[in-house]
Design a protein around this ligand. Structure first.
Ligand SMILES: [Zn+2]
Length: 136
């Protein structure tokens, strides 16, 4: 990556100085000049990585972390939201609700998973907390 070169901040009344501010995991370290009509900033992510971000991206919340952290967050989000293992198979939530082994509605399934049931239990068992002596 090319080194980021800090520049003096322009002496214009309309200019908003973001130095020292934090946006999500990013802390603005210095001004890098204009790219087109956008002011760009040297930002340091909480993980230590330095990246460049423009004023509108920071202010509108489209830049909140470095690319590495953004990718990691996306992967975690994706994994949490879509990957569920049951019966030795790894399927997305939507796929499981359409699976023939799913005996409950998607709403019930979601609620059961929230309660901490495993995907396998949530798919097939009758609500055991109502009568724990009867096997579903
Ligand atoms: Zn980061």
């Amino acid at each position: 990556m090319k080194p980021l070169i800090r520049l003096p901040r322009p002496k214009v009344r309309s200019f908003v100085d973001h130095t020292g501010k934090t946006f999500g995991s990013l802390t603005v370290k210095g001004y890098l000049g204009k790219r087109g009509d956008r002011h760009c900033w040297e930002c340091q992510c909480a993980c230590g990585v330095t990246r460049e971000a423009s004023s509108p991206r920071l202010v509108e919340g489209r830049a909140r972390q470095c690319k590495v952290c953004a990718r990691k967050a996306l992967l975690d989000f994706h994994k949490e939201r879509t990957s569920h293992v049951a019966f030795g198979e790894d399927k997305s939530f939507m796929e499981w609700t359409n699976d023939e082994r799913c005996t409950v509605s998607g709403r019930t399934l979601r609620r059961r998973l929230k309660m901490g049931m495993s995907m396998e239990q949530a798919l097939s068992k009758k609500p055991y907390w109502r009568n724990p002596n009867v096997e579903g």
